[in-house]
Write a new protein. Structure first.
Ligand code: SF4
Length: 358
């Protein structure tokens, strides 16, 4: 049984009569969905520090620690202040650096200024940054594919000694204008949350346009992104149970959630795949006619509680719920925990102790 299905066994079923016609007979829930190991780690650290400070001292973050609107609002209500500008952070402030990475230059500058940095960068982002630095060290040219305005590319490329060591490819890049050096080996890396299938197509395009240059396969998509996309393709690949509409639970600033929505748009068109944070963002009119089967998934920065609220919305209007089994339902994934930044946490707590807030 899937992790989410277990949580539905004992839940009371309270039907609700809708004012709108409701045609959904079945909601098919992806096997792999919801929060990943990196998000769990970032949430644990942020929650712990906010509780320790108890609202008496503000805790700063350079970005939303995880890309989820509801989680960020809940943290802000407990004293988290989002401040991306290092120049506005005073010495001895506690500054949480986000799960999707921060340029090492900023980390060093912050520590030099006496800011108490708590770096919750996901180890899978760190792995890509280290790969990029290693490639540069070996004299390879890095081709990095990332999303425009996402913090991860600056965390990765900011770790290089020489910006000329890399070619940065963003969403709108015209591949025909990309010039790769022919005298150095190429290393292809990408943002952890991109489309697994999309990046392969793009790299093939780059190969076609640079026939004399050996371009290896890309590396960087994390297990959580991969599993959630795979599960979603699984939902769409059952010809006995065609999906009419896709609901992705997640926030607009969550790149992996957006990629899940894009998969839905690819199968169903842009009016039949939506991204919502909570039930109040659902428009009942979407499900008023000819929508018999809805696919449902959630991004890697979404708590199960949020997904459950959306599932309840469908169940109480009369839709059956079908839970698929995912790779992460294997008990071995229960042990997938990422190490906490213990030294950073200890320094931050020692400072809070001195301020007598604990
Ligand atoms: S989505 Fe992937 S890279 Fe991002 S925090 Fe989760 S596990 Fe880490």
């Amino acid at each position: 049984m899937s992790r989410l299905a277990e949580r539905f066994i004992d839940r009371p079923f309270i039907p609700e009569v809708s004012r709108y016609p409701f045609s959904v007979q079945e909601t098919v829930v992806a096997g792999d969905l919801g929060q990943c190991g990196g998000v769990r780690m970032a949430l644990k650290v942020t929650k712990d520090l906010l509780e320790y400070a108890d609202g008496k001292i503000p805790i700063y973050a350079n970005n939303a620690p995880v890309h989820n609107k509801l989680i960020t609002e809940a943290f802000q209500a407990k004293g988290l202040v989002i401040e991306p500008e290092i120049d506005k952070i005073l010495p001895n402030s506690i500054w949480i650096l986000s799960a999707h990475g921060t340029s090492p230059e900023i980390v060093t500058k912050a520590k030099g200024k006496g800011i108490l940095v708590v770096n919750v960068e996901c180890p899978l982002v760190t792995r890509v940054r280290k790969e990029a630095a290693r490639a540069e060290e070996k004299g390879e040219h890095v081709v990095y594919r990332g999303a425009k305005n996402h913090p991860e590319p600056s965390a990765i490329l900011g770790g290089l000694k020489n910006p000329q060591s890399a070619t940065f490819i963003i969403d709108e890049t015209d591949f025909s204008t990309v010039r790769l050096p022919s005298e150095r080996p190429i290393r292809v890396l990408n943002q952890t949350t991109l489309s697994t299938r999309g990046i392969k197509i793009e790299i093939d395009k780059l190969r076609d346009l640079n026939p004399g240059i050996k371009i290896p396969d890309p590396m960087g998509i994390c297990y959580a992104t991969d599993n959630r996309q795979d599960s979603l393709y699984g939902i769409f690949s059952n010809p006995q149970k065609p999906i009419d509409f896709l609901v992705v639970v997640g926030s607009k600033n969550s790149h992996n959630s957006q990629e899940l929505k894009n998969i839905g748009v690819g199968f169903l068109g842009k009016d039949k795949a939506v991204l919502v944070d909570s039930p109040d963002e659902i428009n009942p009119v979407w499900f008023s006619e000819n929508i018999k089967r809805v696919g449902l998934t959630s991004g890697a920065s979404v708590l199960d509680e949020y997904t459950i609220e959306i599932l309840e919305w469908f169940r109480k209007r009369g839709s059956n719920l079908t839970f698929l089994i995912g790779k992460e339902d294997d008990p071995r994934f229960d042990d997938l925990t990422f190490p906490l930044p213990q030294n950073d946490i200890a320094n931050a707590k020692a400072y809070l102790d001195k301020q007598n807030v604990a």
